[in-house]
Ligand binder design. Sequence first.
Ligand SMILES: Nc1ncnc2c1ncn2[C@@H]1O[C@H](COP(=O)(O)OP(=O)(O)OP(=O)(O)O)[C@@H](O)[C@H]1O
Ligand SMILES: O=P(O)(O)OC[C@H]1O[C@H](OP(=O)(O)OP(=O)(O)O)[C@H](O)[C@@H]1O
Ligand SMILES: [Mg+2]
Length: 410
Amino acid sequence: MSISIPLNTTLQYSSSSPSFHLPSLSLFSPIHSTTAVSVTGTRQRCLRMVTSCVSNAQKSNQNGATDAVSVVGREQIRLGLPSKGRMAADSLDLLKDCQLFVKQVNPRQYVAQIPQLPNTEVWFQRPKDIVRKLLSGDLDLGIVGLDIVSEFGQGNEDLIIVHEALNFGDCHLSLAIPNYGIFENIKSLKELAQMPQWTAERPLRVATGFTYLGPKFMKDNGIKHVSFSTADGALEAAPAMGIADAILDLVSSGTTLKENNLKEIEGGIVLESQAALVASRRALTERKGALETVHEILERLEAHLKADGQFTVVANMRGTDAEEVAERVKTQSSLSGLQGPTISPVYCKRDGKISIEYYAIVICVPKKALYESVQQLRAVGGSGVLVSPLTYIFDEETPRWSQLLSNLGL
Ligand SMILES: Nc1ncnc2c1ncn2[C@@H]1O[C@H](COP(=O)(O)OP(=O)(O)OP(=O)(O)O)[C@@H](O)[C@H]1O
Ligand SMILES: O=P(O)(O)OC[C@H]1O[C@H](OP(=O)(O)OP(=O)(O)O)[C@H](O)[C@@H]1O
Ligand SMILES: [Mg+2]
């Protein structure tokens, strides 16, 4: 295992009490360099001790993120799912919709199985711990919000977003200020930054749980006079309590902001988030079976999510032959289906003879365009329109799979 220690760190070893002192280990982030480390004490013993002490401490940096460690020899692939909160039930529902049934004996049990993926264990963890454990090598795959990936992953390249839009957990991380007092006429981040009130002695005070993304966002936007405080919830109360001037928190419906007389401002959105499938690069490249498992999960997810937005529409159309019907259908913009309509003859028996007067047309239409499509079908002579939900659409290969392989250099 390799460890990374900042430049000029002094590791002190005392032979009387065999322990190590890494003065800044819990204070820096991120960890970059392995050079210029000075070691005091008995050299050989020192290095052995450092390795084990850092390993045991899981190398947590200030935000709880851990450095990646080597893939350890276990047989099972581990998938982390949120153990609580609003993402928990939706993650299980999504997997169920993909015919991946998570068998959890009781809700307090933190490990579960998916019979359809016999080499995979599910571990229920808090979202931030899923990210931490992907980085430490204790999980291989996970479903979490992109907000948590960014906050706790801190751009670590070992984290790979396999699917960035699982269609639930939508929200955005946004800066909000009071809609009263000195902020009444402030509408943008620029205007907020230019307010004369903020000085080195009296900075803009922001309350947030996002202690990595918050300062990064302010720095990236050139806002100098700012300070941060943190709390575990109900941040929207902080301005009215006089604890902060602004908050940086997740917003989905916007109700909590409104009910607390707060408003979002132009340029104040830090990121858009929804649930994502995330993997450890190391696991995918080094752990036996991990890539095959992620491929299967990805295929199921893609097939389900693609189908989720579509209906199958079947209608009968009178016509002289299939081409003539196709020509008519193609004049309508909403009737092209995935690759063009499927048209098949409808065999009727008339006066004792089989004849073809109707053709059945089958198309997939986006749910949003259903009514428009039905109207267009009628306009070109369609009748007896049947609409049914689609369960899966399997394409030849998913673009996300090719992207993943290229990301992994495969
Ligand atoms: N309105 C929202 N507020 C917060 N998170 C949301 C919202 N909508 C979607 N999410 C997503 O849900 C994830 C989990 O949020 P949730 O509040 O349920 O759990 P938590 O924050 O881990 O729990 P707690 O709030 O008790 O600390 C967030 O990281 C985010 O990706
Ligand atoms: O825009 P809205 O739909 O109103 O949602 C936003 C609120 O939801 C979250 O809080 P949560 O319910 O997780 O409570 P918490 O503050 O205890 O985390 C978030 O921290 C906001 O307070
Ligand atoms: Mg919350």
